[in-house]
Every structure is written in C-alpha cells, then in structure tokens.
Design a protein around this ligand. Structure first.
Ligand code: PEP
Ligand code: MN
Length: 336
C-alpha cells in the first residue's frame, strides 16, 4: 500500500499514520517523482478508509507490487538520470568506456585520448576490483583513485568506478561521478542503503545468476532510500551449458523496459567475456533499445591485468563507435 501525502510529514503526523498499522509494520517515507509517499507492505495494512480519514493523506494506492518505485506503478514515462550536462536515458545514446582495472597513469592516458577523440560520454576504470579468487589482482585501491583524479582534471570527463564499501563514499565523492555497484554486490543491501543516502548517480549491475525481479528489488532499495539517480546495467546471464558459461539475449531488453522506467546500459564486454563478440552485442543492444553501452578498452589488450580476453584495443573501440553512430541513428537516437 502506498499513501500519497499532501506534504512532507513531521514526527507527530507519522505517529498518527503508524497507529493504523499492525504490529512490527512501518512506513518508509520518501520523495519520489516530486511526490511525498509513505509505503508499507500491503499485507499488514488494515483498511484504506482509516488512512483516507487523515488530513494529510491525498490518495491511497493499493498495490502489492514488490518494487512499486522501480516499476511502472507510479511512473509510466522513462526516467532520465542527469550527470553534469549528460542525460542518461534521454534521446542521446550514452557511451561509457575504459579499462577494466586502473594499472598505470600511462595506460589511463592512452585510453583517455581515444575516449576524447571519439567523444565518449563517460570514462570507466576500476580501482577496487572484487575478484572471484583472492589470489588475483584486487585493484590499485586509493592509488588508483588518485590516477583517475588526474584524468578527470585533465580531460573534464565524467568518471564511473566501482565502489565496494559504504566507507568509500567520501573518498569517491569529488572524483567519481557515477558509483558502480558490481554484479557481486548487487544484493549487498548495506551498500545499497548507504548509496541511496549519498544521492549520487549509481549504476547497478545485474548479477548474471539473479533474476530481473531480484535486480529490480535491489534498485528499489536505492529508490526507497531517496536516490532517484539509478541506472541499470545488464551484463549477461549464466547458462546451464558449460560450453557457454555466460550469454546475452537481446530479448531481455524488451522485458526490462516493460518492467521498469529506469535507464538501461548494456555491458557487452562482461556479457560475452570475448572481445570478438563485443561489437556485435553492442550494436544489437542499441538496436534492441538499450540507452547506452559500457565497453572495456585497453591500449594493449594482451597485457591487460584483468579481463584481457574481453577488452577492445583503442583502434577496435574507435571502429565500434563509428558503427554505433550508424545504428543509434537508425534506431532514432542521437549519437553525439
Ligand atoms: C567490471 O565492470 O569490471 C566488473 C567487475 O563487472 P561485474 O561486476 O559485472 O563483474
Ligand atoms: Mn572487467
């Protein structure tokens, strides 16, 4: 059940509302799409009439949708997330690109030059790398953020990088424009709640073993915590076939769009794990309606410390952007 309120409530008004709830139930108060809301789980609510009698309740929406904010329940039109001058989810295709991990300043520089030449919108690079094996490279950490800061200052480009703990919010704050939640942390609710409070744009990846509903419930944590700057990122699904551990179906895009208004970026690098497939998946994702793509690029792919098999060389990335321009325009989107 969702109550649409006439105004933001004070503590007394909240107490008046909550006395109508069953034991242990509570409202989550938030502002969403310019409306003040109080949301409680449906099953614990007594009657709609009790609430409508209260002077500060404008409307009662009876819904048992598990993610009312992320779904189209309250918002039909597509959401646009603003990052500086950039609009993600608007009429222009968003391109994010950069290395998987930050290695050296020279490596970042080489990629940044390509990024600027192609007018790519967002520079990506990971300083903190949550890896499946504890014996592999875990990222340069804080030193990596310093290298990224130099890129941001020199090229004045928005930066996205993965955050793995709430304590990092402060150190990310003046360097990173979009906080990436990696697949492994998709259901780290402690992190989701902290990033909700930060209010900063968040790119939430779907874990390849999680369902669309589970992913959108995680997005709901960000929205319910008051952060409307949520961008989704699809990076393929685990399959049952050992010959094809991860696969990307373009038909997932329609299903995602039917279930949420949030902007959607497709990551063909992680969705395939294979640089020879990145181009075709990126182009097909744009034709299928993705709002943007996130591509891993490295000046010397064979030397990349992480994800070497899937990163594109700078030359291949330039060639991909030429083709992205053609398909985005064919699909009715502006490219630059
Ligand atoms: C990454 O973006 O480099 C990454 C680790 O992605 P994911 O969380 O999707 O595995
Ligand atoms: Mn990677």
């Amino acid at each position: 059940m969702i109550l649409v309120l006439k105004e933001e409530l004070n503590d007394d008004q909240k107490t008046q509302l909550e006395k109508h709830l069953e034991d242990f139930s509570f409202f989550t108060y938030l502002k969403f799409d310019d409306r003040y809301l109080a949301i409680a789980p449906d099953k614990n609510i007594k009657t709609k009439i009790d609430f409508l009698r209260l002077p500060f309740v404008k409307e009662v929406i009876e819904t048992d949708h598990p993610y009312p904010l992320a779904s189209h329940t309250l918002k039909k039109e597509a959401s646009v997330v603003q990052v500086g001058d950039l609009q993600i989810g608007g009429p222009k295709l968003t391109v994010m690109a950069g290395p998987c991990s930050i290695e050296t300043q020279a490596q970042l520089e080489a990629v940044a030059k390509t990024i600027m030449k192609t007018k790519t919108d967002v520079f990506r690079a990971g300083a903190f790398k949550p890896r499946s094996s504890p014996y592999t490279f875990q990222g340069l950490g804080k030193d990596g953020l310093t290298l990224l800061k130099n890129i941001k200052q020199k090229y004045k480009i928005p930066i996205i990088s993965e955050i793995i703990a709430p304590e990092q919010i402060e150190e990310f704050d003046d360097i990173i424009d979009i906080l990436q939640i990696g697949a492994r942390n998709m259901q780290n609710y402690h992190l989701l709640k902290a990033l909700a409070k930060s209010g900063k744009p968040v790119l939430l990846k779907r874990n390849p073993a999680n369902t669309i509903d589970e992913w959108l419930m995680s997005a709901e944590y960000l929205l319910a915590g008051g952060n409307e700057n949520v961008i989704l990122c699809e990076r393929g699904s685990k399959t049952f076939d050992p010959k094809l551990p991860i696969a990307f179906n373009t038909n997932i895009i329609k299903t995602i769009k039917e279930n949420t208004h949030l902007p959607l970026i497709v990551d063909p690098s992680h969705a395939t794990g294979d640089s020879s497939l990145v181009e075709q998946i990126a182009l097909s994702a744009v034709i299928a309606g993705a709002d943007g793509v996130l591509i891993e690029v490295h000046p010397r792919p064979e030397l990349a410390v992480t994800d070497a098999r899937q990163v594109l060389s700078c030359e291949s990335f330039v060639s991909l952007t030429d083709k992205l321009q053609i398909v985005s325009e064919l699909s009715g989107r502006r490219f630059r």
